[in-house]
Write a protein that binds this ligand. Sequence first.
Ligand SMILES: [Zn+2]
Length: 94
Amino acid sequence: MSNTYSCSDGSRLKKSVIDRLIVKAKAEKVRQFIDEHGYVFCEECYTSNAFKFDMSHDLSVNKCQQNGTTELAFDVNNISILCRKCHQIKDKLF
Ligand SMILES: [Zn+2]
């Protein structure tokens, strides 16, 4: 099947399942972050006063899928909260 990607345990997930798990992981990331810090701020520049915050993958979803470590795409520890400005800078670097 072309529209599935491997996890490191050898199991394969459909893209639609992966996308759903990513949405859940991002929501969980915000929940954990607010639980720990009490509010949302950029993990790169620490601003809490951004126009918009983005959920950024440390290892991109594409790389996770290509590497056969698809589970990292929905691992909360692989997601950072960045302000839009830092997110744009980061995406240019990778
Ligand atoms: Zn920032």
